[in-house]
Design a protein around this ligand. Structure first.
Ligand code: DX5
Ligand code: ZN
Length: 219
């Protein structure tokens, strides 16, 4: 189907070969590259910084989706926007300034998203839905690749966000991140989710291309 987007999360790639990981994804015609920025505070892990985004943009022609999993994103957002990412999502759990930051993202020309941890209720972001382009729902425990999809929490969350999308903001894209595999992707797509981030499902076990083809064949 053409209204579905699949992105590769390089968190599951070998950090010594990030360029190769991006290249592999592009040569499989991936729709976007998802880059988790983790500061060791908002989540346990530490990953990359703004230079990583700048270098991906410099070396590749690919949609770059930056997932800012950092405390006080207001202190670093500008640096990331200077690297010209195509999409940036921030967590409302990490800042008092969500609305202002989302405007800042939009003013830079990037798509602005609100990202939510598994335990964060949909209700807490309702007042931001008028300004965001997409909502990123973490669908597994945050911080690492390879965690399993949380069916128990996600079923009602997806239902709620779909209803809000219908009543408030038709254009809103719903993006799932965490535990997405070939076996749950199809069902979630049928529920109305249009963007998926996949890490371990694409980078682990078999070569990327093989993993990717297996996954899109079930759609
Ligand atoms: C988790 C990250 C995800 C992660 C998903 O906190 O935000 O982007 O890479 O990895 P998988 O697809 O392996 O669950
Ligand atoms: Zn992510």
């Amino acid at each position: 189907p053409n209204n579905i987007e699949i992105g590769a999360s390089i968190l599951s790639a070998d950090f010594c070969y990030i360029g190769e990981a991006v290249e592999e994804a592009i040569s499989s015609n991936i729709d976007f590259i998802h880059v988790d920025i983790m500061d060791g505070k908002f989540v346990e892990s530490i990953t990359w910084g703004p230079q990583t985004i700048a270098d991906i943009k410099k070396n590749f022609n690919v949609v770059t989706d930056v997932h800012l999993m950092v405390e006080k994103p207001e202190q670093v957002l500008e640096q990331y926007l200077n690297a010209y990412p195509d999409r940036v999502s921030i967590h409302p759990e990490s800042t008092y300034f969500s609305r202002k930051l989302l405007h800042q993202i939009k003013n830079s020309g990037a798509e602005a998203g609100i990202a939510m941890k598994l335990e964060t209720p949909i209700e807490s972001v309702i007042n931001l839905l008028d300004i965001v382009d997409f909502v990123l729902l973490l669908s597994s425990e945050e911080g690492f690749g390879g965690n399993s999809y949380s069916e128990a929490i996600m079923t009602s969350k997806i239902c709620k966000i779909m209803n809000l999308k219908k009543s408030l903001n038709y254009k809103l894209k719903i993006q799932l991140d965490g535990g997405i595999k070939g076996h749950n992707l199809g069902v979630l797509y049928e529920q109305g989710v249009n963007r998926f981030v996949l890490g371990s499902a694409l980078y682990n076990n078999d070569p990327f291309k093989m993993n990717y083809e297996k996954i899109i064949n079930v759609l």
